[in-house]
Design a protein. Structure first.
Length: 116
């Protein structure tokens, strides 16, 4: 019974395939696609393996460190805290920041272990 309460309190795990990838497609593939892989990041061809435990081009952090959004450069770039993480450039996506709910979804996905 306690296990069920903990699962309910934490909420369901966020799905990369169903929730995060569509969000990245909507906001990021204009600059991070096969036609224009800014900073070498092509979100279509690299898939999850191109994000998880992959080095960031602008920071010493990994793009996504499973279970640790504060040490994941992707989170800092969409959150606008890239300079605090030793990175550079501007908040992503350029032109229109993600909503707090969208940023929180990415944070939760990473903190949940960055699973498929």
């Amino acid at each position: 019974m306690i296990w069920l309460l903990l699962l309910t309190a934490c909420g369901p795990e966020v799905s990369y395939r169903d929730e995060v990838f569509p969000l990245l497609q909507e906001h990021c593939t204009r600059c991070h696609s096969a036609d224009n892989p800014e900073s070498g990041l092509n979100l279509y061809s690299t898939g999850l393996e191109g994000l998880v435990d992959a080095p960031a081009a602008q920071s010493d952090l990994m793009l996504v460190t499973p279970g640790d959004s504060l040490n994941s450069y992707l989170f800092h770039k969409v959150n606008g805290t890239q300079s605090l993480a030793g990175g550079s450039g501007t908040q992503m996506p350029i032109g229109r920041a993600m909503t707090d709910d969208e940023i929180d979804l990415i944070r939760q996905w990473i903190d949940d272990g960055a699973l498929w």
